[in-house]
Every structure is written in C-alpha cells, then in structure tokens.
Design a protein around this ligand. Structure first.
Ligand code: SF4
Ligand code: SF4
Length: 54
C-alpha cells in the first residue's frame, strides 16, 4: 500500500477494513501483513490518498 503525502490521518480507511489491518498513528498509517489487497480502503478514502502497490 502506498500512502500519499496528502493523507489527513482521518481513519476512514481503517474503519472499512474487514480484516482490521490499518492502524492510524498521528502521522503514519501502519498496514499489517494480514492485508489481502482487497482495495476497499482505497475506494473509501475521501482524499484518494491510498494506492495499491503493483
Ligand atoms: S481515509 Fe485516506 S486520508 Fe483518511 S487516514 Fe485513510 S488514507 Fe488517510
Ligand atoms: S486492502 Fe483490504 S485488507 Fe488491505 S488494508 Fe485495505 S481494506 Fe484492509
């Protein structure tokens, strides 16, 4: 997962992850290894700040 500079750390993406993979820190997102690249969080971000790595 690539987190763009304009992420506001609002936590919306963490709220939609069914596997609970995203931890929102003050100035960072921590994505756990449980992530299955489903892309739901990418679509949920209001700022388009997430991108799945190829
Ligand atoms: S929803 Fe978008 S802006 Fe909010 S914490 Fe997640 S990546 Fe950042
Ligand atoms: S891609 Fe899917 S599993 Fe991975 S962090 Fe986003 S919502 Fe969770």
């Amino acid at each position: 997962m690539i987190v763009k500079d304009w992420c506001s750390y609002c936590g919306c993406c963490a709220g939609v992850c069914a596997r609970n993979c995203i931890e929102v820190k003050e100035t960072a997102l921590v994505i756990s290894d449980d992530c299955n690249d489903c892309g739901i969080c990418v679509k949920a971000c209001p700022l388009a700040a997430l991108e799945l790595e190829e």
